[in-house]
Design a protein around this ligand. Structure first.
Ligand code: SAH
Length: 227
C-alpha cells in the first residue's frame, strides 16, 4: 500500500513517521508514506498556493492549479483521493477497513480558509474527523493514515484488531494487567482462572454492558440487537 499526502507543511510529519508502529511498518515495507509539498506543484513565479477569496471575506483560499497538478501527477487507476474537510462524511472504523484494502491513497490537506470549491471535483471522498474545525488537514491526515496502516496485514497482530472497539459495533471488553490488587481494586477472578470458555463469556457480557452504558447508539447496529 502506498499513501501520498499533499500538504503545505511537510515538517509536521516528522515525528509521525519516525515513532512506534508507523515507523516499524515503514521499515518493514508494509506501507510507503510519501509527503509532498503542494508548493512544489505551483506554476506561480512565487510558488503561490493560495489567494484571497472572490466576493470578499477573511482568509486565504487554496488555489486549484497546484492541487490539480499534484493529484494528476501522482494518480493511477488504482488510486483513491481523499480530501480532509470538516464538511465531509464523519470518519469511522468501517471506513478505515475499506481504505486498508486499497493499493494507493492520496490524502489532500487543506489550510487557511480551505479549498477552492472546484477542487472537490477531483477527489473521491471528502472526510471529516469530527464536528470541529482545525487549522489544517495535517492532523486529520495522520489520523486517517494511522487508523489505516494498523489494519494492513502484518503491521500488528490480527487478533489485536479483530477484538477491539467498534468491531460488531461494540466497545472493547475491560482489560487488566499486574498487580492483581491495586489499592484494594482487584482484577476480576475469572481472568485469573485460566478457564478460556468462561473468560470469553465474561468478555462478551462486559463488552455489551459497557456499550449499553457508554454508547447505547452503537448497540442498535450490533449483531446482539438483531439476535
Ligand atoms: N473554512 C472551512 C474550514 C477550513 S479549516 C470551513 O468552514 O469549512 C482548514 C483545513 O483544515 C480544511 O481545509 C481541512 O483540510 C482541515 N480541517 C479542519 N477541520 C477538519 C476536520 N474536522 N476534519 C478534517 N479536516 C479538517
Amino acid at each position: 500500500m502506498k499513501i501520498d499526502i499533499l500538504t503545505l507543511f511537510p515538517n509536521m510529519y516528522e515525528g509521525f513517521k519516525t515513532e512506534s508502529i508507523i515507523k516499524r511498518a515503514l521499515a518493514s515495507n508494509l506501507v510507503e508514506i510519501n509527503i509532498h509539498n503542494i508548493r512544489d506543484y505551483s506554476k506561480d513565479p512565487h510558488n503561490k498556493t493560495d489567494d484571497y477569496g472572490f466576493g470578499g471575506g477573511k482568509g486565504m483560499v487554496m488555489m486549484p492549479q497546484p492541487v490539480f497538478d499534484a493529484i494528476e501527477s501522482l494518480k493511477t487507476e488504482d488510486t483513491v483521493v481523499i480530501m480532509m474537510t470538516p464538511q465531509g462524511d464523519t470518519y469511522k472504523q468501517s471506513m478505515a477497513y475499506e481504505f486498508s484494502l486499497k493499493k494507493h491513497i492520496i490524502i489532500l490537506c487543506g489550510h487557511y480558509e480551505g479549498f477552492d470549491e472546484r477542487i472537490s471535483s477531483i477527489v473521491d471522498y471528502e472526510i471529516s474527523i469530527g464536528d470541529y474545525v482545525l487549522t489544517g488537514g495535517e492532523l486529520p491526515s495522520m489520523i486517517l493514515t494511522d487508523s489505516i496502516v494498523r489494519l494492513i496485514d502484518g503491521v500488528i497482530e490480527k487478533e489485536s484488531h479483530e477484538e477491539e472497539t467498534f468491531n460488531n459495533n461494540l466497545l472493547d471488553y475491560p482489560v487488566y494487567t499486574k498487580p492483581v490488587d491495586f489499592r484494594g481494586m482487584k482484577v476480576p477472578e475469572v481472568l485469573l482462572s485460566g478457564h478460556h470458555a468462561n473468560i470469553k463469556k465474561w468478555r462478551e457480557e462486559k463488552s455489551l454492558e459497557k456499550t449499553k452504558l457508554k454508547r447505547p447508539d452503537l448497540i442498535e447496529k450490533s449483531w446482539f440487537y438483531e439476535n
